[in-house]
Ligand binder design. Structure first.
Ligand code: TNX
Length: 530
């Protein structure tokens, strides 16, 4: 290389150093970081804090479930940064518990000498750590990276709504325990705190009920499109519930009734008032092959199609109520969370005069076993007990009925946050009946503006349901859930006044890198292309 060329090469290198390079992650100010959900208050500081071997932590105070939060972060520090985080005097991360703060809230004070974390409870501490995690480079998610620094400053954060949920339909297609745990891990990062499991529907019964074994033997034996189906033993379910609890997620079990019950009617003919199945998708029950003795001439065929609204339990028989009592009791016993979801949607072949008392009795049984009922918005036709919660999905009129009775609402507006809707016309799986749901459609809604007269004080929170008629495996789940679950998470956590789609969109771009690093199969929206 001659002298002039060498000079030019050096000069251009220097220039790049001064002007051309994108800002390194470490140089970003705290408020420029892509945190989802967006925190309540962020204040800039000077310099950075760097995690290194020996950083250590110090704990002041106690709270329930602290170990779940600490174990999570120690594990993350080890796997992502290769740092063993020990409790020690003069630890750089000072953690104080303060139960006078709002539930789930936390504050981070980051400066070059250390981080002060103040949290209301174990959950708040867990969320403080999730925020720190998002401040670290995406490469940390792969257990690689060069330097683990985060910018100085202060974050003060707390949720707008206490209920921030995702629903997985494990009936239309069954998913193994590991897939459910994976979903739990992925949504916990975004401060989602409820997992609603839709455990029964026309196509499959998915939870072991010891007093009614045919439910799983017969009712669990298939799924949409045919195939083996499957079910969770009570031990599997407890395992899911405990795993969710370790990520501060409460499991809400749903047994859908009196409609959406063909799997029950195929298992036990005594509850069948004589429903007519759709023409296609019927599968005769081969009792012998399924290991069930005797005959049951009143039982219906199994159903593997995707029509809704054709089935109902026999609401006029006493044995039906003995049956649902057993189911509610057995599930309530292994559910530590406060809620039990009784479904109640699309009972199109149940007369209203039969539907109302059925819902009232189901609700009373849930109360008898110490839980609070949740039901889809149709349940508001019945007399609701104080505390029962209605889940909005379709009809504003129903939500007004619930609100008039003074009952609280969970908002799951289908045209915004149904995760089974297609993103655009080219989406390989999913439905379109509630419209196409691109990432702006899933973000741009306000829970307090959905139903006239239903304001913040009546809204418990928000939930994004994933119905799985066309969702068959973990890849499909991820594709429908990401990125839209981040919209749900932010609507549930961040005050409306701080939410702007353009700002969210920019933050999502950064999260795509994190999902690449984690191997998550997400939808690459054209709205995110530069
Ligand atoms: C309506 S939403 C249903 C489900 C279906 C879903 C498909 C609701 C309470 N009921 O049974 O799976 O549409 O999008």
């Amino acid at each position: 290389m001659n002298g002039l060329k060498f000079f030019l090469a050096m000069a251009s290198l220097c220039m790049v150093g001064f002007i051309g390079l994108p800002k390194d992650k470490e140089e970003l100010k705290l408020s420029e970081h892509s945190i989802i959900p967006k925190p309540l208050e962020v204040t800039e500081g000077e310099g950075v804090f760097t995690f290194k071997e020996g950083t250590g932590y110090q704990l002041i105070g106690e709270a329930d479930d602290l170990n779940y939060a600490l174990d999570f972060f120690k594990d993350f520090a080890q796997k992502s940064m290769g740092i063993k985080l020990d409790q020690k005097e003069n630890g750089k991360i000072q953690i104080s518990m303060d139960d006078s703060r709002a539930a789930e809230s936390y504050e981070l004070n980051i400066n070059p000498n250390g981080i002060k974390v103040t949290a209301a409870d174990g959950q708040g501490l867990f969320y403080a750590f999730q925020t720190i995690r998002q401040l670290l480079p995406a490469d940390a998610e792969k257990g690689r990276g060069n330097g683990f620094s985060i910018p100085a400053g202060k974050i003060n954060d707390k949720p707008e709504y206490e209920y921030r949920g995702v629903m997985l339909d494990v009936s239309r297609h069954f998913f193994p325990v590991e897939d459910v745990k994976s979903l739990i891990d992925q949504v916990a990062k975004y401060k989602v705190n409820k997992l609603h499991l839709h455990l029964s529907d026309d196509q499959g019964w998915r939870i072991e009920i010891k007093s009614w074994p045919n439910l799983t033997k017969i009712g669990g034996s298939t799924q949409v499109g045919g195939g083996d189906g499957g079910y969770y033993t009570q031990e599997d379910y407890k395992d899911i519930v405990a795993y969710a609890a370790s990520k501060f997620i409460t499991v809400i079990p749903e047994i859908d009734m009196p409609g959406h019950t063909n799997a029950v009617l195929a298992s036990y003919g005594e509850f069948n008032p004589g429903v007519e199945l759709p023409e296609t998708g019927r599968v005769p029950v081969d009792r012998k092959a399924l290991g069930v003795d005797g005959e049951d001439s009143n039982a219906s065929d199994l159903y593997t199609g995707i029509k809704v609204g054709f089935s109902t339990l026999d609401t006029k028989k006493e044995i039906t109520y003995e049956f649902i009592e057993d189911v509610i009791r057995e599930i309530a016993e292994i559910t530590p969370g406060p809620y039990f979801h009784i479904g109640g949607d699309e009972s199109l072949v149940t007369e209203l005069e039969d539907y109302k008392p059925f819902i009232e009795r189901a609700q009373a049984l849930v109360t008898k076993y110490g839980k609070t009922s949740i039901g889809w918005d149709e349940i508001a036709h019945a007399d609701l007990e104080e505390g029962t919660i209605a889940q909005f999905w379709a009809k504003e009129k129903n939500i007004k009925l619930a609100a008039d009775q003074g009952n609280k609402i969970i908002m799951s507006p289908s045209k915004h946050i149904y995760l089974d809707m297609k993103y655009d016309t080219t989406t390989r799986i999913g439905h379109t009946w509630a419209g196409l749901i691109e990432i702006d459609q899933s973000y741009n809604w306000n829970p307090t503006q959905l139903v006239e007269g239903v304001g913040k004080e009546l809204i418990l929170g928000v939930e994004a349901p994933l119905w799985t008629e066309s969702v068959e495996n973990r890849d499909d789940i991820e594709y429908m859930v990401f990125p839209r679950i981040t919209a749900l998470a932010e609507i549930g956590w961040t005050p409306q006044s701080l939410r702007k789609f353009d700002n969210y969109k920019n933050r999502l771009r950064t999260h795509m890198k994190r999902w690449d690093a984690m191997g998550i199969n997400y939808y690459k929206s054209p709205l995110l292309e530069k």
